[in-house]
Design a protein around this ligand. Structure first.
Ligand SMILES: [Zn+2]
Length: 397
C-alpha cells in the first residue's frame, strides 16, 4: 500500500513535499517523493490523503488512564497536598469496573487525537489482563508502600506477576514520598534482571522539596499524619533521595530543582529521559520547568498528558500548544520532537518508532494543512482530532 500526502513530515530530515510512504504488513518499506515511491512500487494500491500532512503517530510519555473518569471532578486546589486528598476521596468511590471503563475510554480518546504509543501507569496491574489496548502501550505498575514499607518486595513481586505476560511493561515506584527506599531498590533489581523500563515522579512540587529538605510543610504534615515513616526527611532533596541503581528512570516532572540538584544531574553519567506535562504543570502552578537548562545537560525531554485528574483531555496537540506558549523560542520542529523522536528514545524504540523511516513500524497520522512550508507550525497549532490514522500498518476507522 502507498500513502500519498501533500507533505510527509518524517522527523528524519526535511519534510517531503508531495511525498509518499509505502507500507508492507506492519512496517514502512519506503518513503520519498510520490513519483519515486509510486514508480518503485507500481501496482500497489494508492491511498491519496490530499491536502494533508502525514507524520509519525504521537507518543505520550506519561499518562494514568485509570483516572480518565475524573475529568472535571477536581477543581484547582490550594496546594498539591489538598489535591492528593481530593483524588483519594474520588478514588474511594471507584470500583474495578469503573477503572476498566476509564482505561478503555482513555485509550479511545488518546487515539482520536493521534496518539499511537503510550507509557501508561496503572495502580491496578491486576486489571490489565482484562483490557485490550488499541495502541502500543507500555504498562507501568504504579507502586506505593507508604503505609507498610515492610511489604515493599511483596508489592513489587505481585505487580511483576500481573504484568509479565504483557508485551511491553515496566515498573513505576510512584514517588519518593510514597515509595520506600526498599521499594525503589527492589524495582531496580528486577528491572536489571528482566531488562525493564522504570519510571517515577520526581521533584514535582515545592511541598515535596520542603518535606525532604526541611522536614516541614503541608505534604510532610499530611504524610506523617497518615502514618508514613518520616525518618528519611530533612537534609536531602528528592533528587538526592532516589540516586542509586544502574537502570535509568524515565523521570516525570522535575519541576522543583535546586542548584545542588543541577550539579548532581550534571555529574550523572546516565542521562535519563525527563517527561514534562505542560497542562498538568499549569493546573498545579508548579515552579517553572527548566527546559533549556535540562536540555543543555543532555537530558532527553518528552511530553505527557498526566491524568485527567489534573488535565482536561488526552490530546498531545493541546500539550504542544501549551508548551509553545510557555517556550516561544523553541522551534515547532523541536516541539514536535517532544512527542515523536524523543519519547521513542525514552522507550528504547529509536529504531522502530517516532520517525517515518524504512524499517520502522507503520504508526502514522494525518491532518489537514494549507501550506507545506509551514507544516511544523500548523501541526503544533492543531486543535482537533486527527483526520486519518494508521496503526501497525492498518488504517483505523
Ligand atoms: Zn503522573
Amino acid at each position: 500500500m502507498i500513502i500519498r500526502a501533500k507533505v510527509v513530515v518524517t522527523m528524519d530530515g526535511p519534510p517531503i513535499e508531495n511525498g509518499a510512504v509505502a507500507i508492507s504488513g506492519e512496517r514502512i518499506v519506503d518513503v520519498g517523493r510520490f513519483s519515486d515511491v509510486a514508480k518503485k512500487h507500481s501496482g500497489e494500491e494508492v491511498v491519496d490523503l490530499g491536502e494533508q500532512a502525514l507524520l509519525p503517530g504521537l507518543i505520550n510519555a506519561h499518562c494514568h488512564l485509570d483516572y480518565t473518569c475524573l475529568r472535571g471532578k477536581i477543581p484547582r486546589q490550594k496546594s498539591f497536598t489538598d489535591w492528593i486528598r481530593a483524588i483519594n476521596a474520588e478514588k474511594a468511590r471507584l470500583s474495578p469496573k469503573d477503572y476498566v471503563a476509564s482505561i478503555n475510554d482513555g485509550f479511545a480518546e488518546a487515539k482520536r487525537f493521534g496518539t499511537t504509543t503510550m507509557a501508561n501507569l496503572t495502580a491496578f496491574p491486576e486489571l490489565v489482563s482484562r483490557i485490550e489496548a488499541p495502541i502500543r502501550t507500555w504498562w507501568f505498575a504504579e507502586l506505593i508502600d507508604l503505609r507498610d514499607p515492610s511489604r515493599a518486595n511483596e508489592i513489587v513481586d505481585f505487580a511483576v506477576e500481573q504484568l509479565k505476560s504483557q508485551k511491553q511493561w515496566g515498573l513505576a515506584p510512584h514517588a519518593p514520598f510514597t515509595a520506600s527506599a526498599d521499594l525503589y531498590r527492589r524495582c531496580q533489581e528486577i528491572a536489571q534482571r528482566e531488562n525493564l523500563l522504570l519510571t517515577t515522579h520526581l521533584a514535582e512540587s515545592r511541598e515535596e522539596t520542603s518535606m525532604f529538605r526541611n522536614a516541614t510543610g503541608e505534604l510532610y504534615d499530611f504524610l506523617k499524619e497518615i502514618g508514613r515513616d518520616m525518618s528519611d526527611c530533612g537534609g536531602r532533596t528528592p533528587v538526592e533521595r532516589i540516586t542509586g541503581g544502574n537502570r535509568p528512570y524515565l523521570l516525570v516532572h522535575m519541576n522543583d530543582l535546586s542548584q545542588t540538584d543541577f550539579e548532581l544531574l550534571n555529574k550523572s553519567t546516565t542521562k535519563s529521559s525527563i517527561v514534562h506535562c505542560p497542562r498538568s504543570h499549569a493546573y498545579f502552578g508548579h515552579s517553572p520547568f527548566q527546559f533549556q537548562k535540562l536540555q543543555e545537560l543532555g537530558f532527553n525531554i518528552c511530553l505527557g498528558t498526566d491524568s485527567l485528574a489534573s488535565n482536561e483531555d488526552l490530546s498531545l496537540f493541546a500539550e504542544l500548544r501549551t508548551f509553545r506558549q510557555k517556550f516561544p523560542n523553541v522551534s515547532s520542529e523541536q516541539i514536535l520532537e517532544l512527542v515523536t523522536v524523543n519519547p521513542a528514545r525514552a522507550l528504547e524504540q529509536n529504531n522502530a518508532l517516532g520517525k517515518i523511516r524504512t524499517g520502522f513500524l507503520a504508526d502514522l497520522i494525518a491532518l489537514p494543512i494549507t501550506t507545506s512550508t509551514s507544516a511544523f507550525e500548523e501541526i503544533v497549532a492543531c486543535d482537533r482530532p486527527v483526520s486519518w490514522s494508521m496503526f501497525s500498518g492498518r488504517i483505523l476507522a
